[in-house]
Design a protein around this ligand. Structure first.
Ligand code: ATP
Length: 355
């Protein structure tokens, strides 16, 4: 078990900065997801923690020990790439035991460890089967077994489910989380998929162009996005932005949208002047005939129990996720209601939250 701490970690490739002075702590036993679009620096961060890439500056500590310049093999870390790579000519038992065999561990001990790992993954009954005949789920479990059998201090995983189809991915997300609940190994998991991050992680670091935009629990990131970038990256559909121009003071409790006062969370900076955006999640919008805040239905998308309705508000087009039991007509006028505690407020220029 281990705590991972990175301090002001930076990676430059020639004159391109891939990771810009990142700092965070992954507590012992915690599951951190590094989340962001392609090219934002997730893999580079992971490779530096693994010792596969040397930082340009900054420090990496494992359990308080400075390992910044230690070789990968001296870090007691398991790096898991996509989970399909198995040795096809070996059976399940040999596949899982292989890393221990390479370490020179006595056979009796390997046998014990492999069986314990198989129990953890509930694949004890297939230990003597050939891996070439296994179904996808069992193959993934064997690959996971091979990673955890060494009992490394921590796991680093780079899009391990990347090649799987959607349905199977969902099963594996659940299994990985279950496994983490049983093993409690410190894990850093790279993904561009917000659903994977939300479903599995204790903490999420949302990355943008080499910068960690926000570090927090999935709940904090969903409820209190630190920036418009984070708000836009999380949720489906993502958070809506209703733009308006204003000068708001600390403690202000309402903003004026198209002449209608909307109660907002308290502003936490002295003044917020210029173009601001009220952030509201699609699932937090209610329709109310009595509301003075009006919009015109622009279109709708049926999703079974829910529907997503697009509404032109005069402050921007927004999407509401509402029950599917009402039909809307294009052009129909609707009243919109928000619960103040669910709203966010951003400064459009900096993109940062001001409330
Ligand atoms: P992806 O999911 O596509 O791998 P990522 O968020 O993991 O994205 P990185 O692989 O960390 O991103 O790459 C960050 C940036 O650094 C990218 O623009 C990439 O082109 C660049 N980069 C990564 N490795 C190198 C390298 N060895 N030399 C030059 N540029 C690199």
């Amino acid at each position: 078990m281990a705590e991972i701490r990175i301090e002001n970690l930076r990676k430059e490739f020639a004159d391109f900065v891939a990771v810009k002075d990142s700092s965070f702590v992954v507590n012992d036993g915690e599951f951190l997801a590094l989340l962001g679009p392609s090219g934002c620096g997730k893999t580079t961060t992971l490779r530096m923690i693994a010792g596969l890439e040397l930082p340009t500056s900054g420090k990496i500590y494992l359990d308080g020990e400075d390992v910044t310049f230690n070789r990968a093999s001296a870090r007691d870390i398991a790096f898991v790439f996509q989970l399909f790579a198995l040795y096809p000519h070996m059976n399940v038992r040999k596949n899982i035991g292989f890393p221990l065999l390479s370490q020179g561990m006595p056979r009796a001990e390997i046998r014990e460890r492999v069986e314990e790992t198989a129990r953890l993954l509930q694949i004890g009954h297939i230990l003597d089967r050939s891996v070439s005949g296994l179904a996808g789920g069992d193959r993934q479990r064997v690959a996971l077994g091979r990673a955890i059998v060494r009992r490394p201090k921590c796991f680093l995983m780079d899009e391990p489910l990347g090649t799987l189809d959607a349905e199977f991915r969902e099963v594996m997300v659940h299994e990985l989380r279950e496994l983490h609940n049983r093993v409690h190994a410190t894990t850093v998991y790279v993904t561009h998929d917000q659903h994977e991050a939300m479903a599995m992680a204790d903490k999420i670091a949302v990355m943008n162009h080499g910068v960690i935009e926000q570090f927090g629990t999935p709940q904090e990131i969903y409820r209190k996005p630190a920036s418009m970038y984070v708000a836009d990256f999380i949720g489906s559909p993502p958070m809506n932005f209703l733009r308006f121009t204003s000068g708001l003071r600390r403690g202000a409790s309402a903003v004026s949208l198209n002449g209608v006062d909307v109660i907002v969370p308290e502003i936490h900076q002295d003044v917020a002047v210029g173009e601001l955006a009220l952030g509201v999640r699609p699932e937090h919008i209610r329709f109310s005939d009595a509301s003075p805040l009006r919009g015109a239905v622009y279109g709708s998308e049926y999703l079974g129990t829910n529907q997503v309705v697009a509404i032109e508000t005069g402050s921007g087009l927004i999407k509401a996720r509402v029950p599917a039991n009402r039909n809307f007509h294009i052009g129909e006028t609707v009243g919109l209601e928000f619960t103040p505690a669910n709203l966010a407020l951003f400064d459009c220029k900096s993109g940062r939250a001001v409330a």
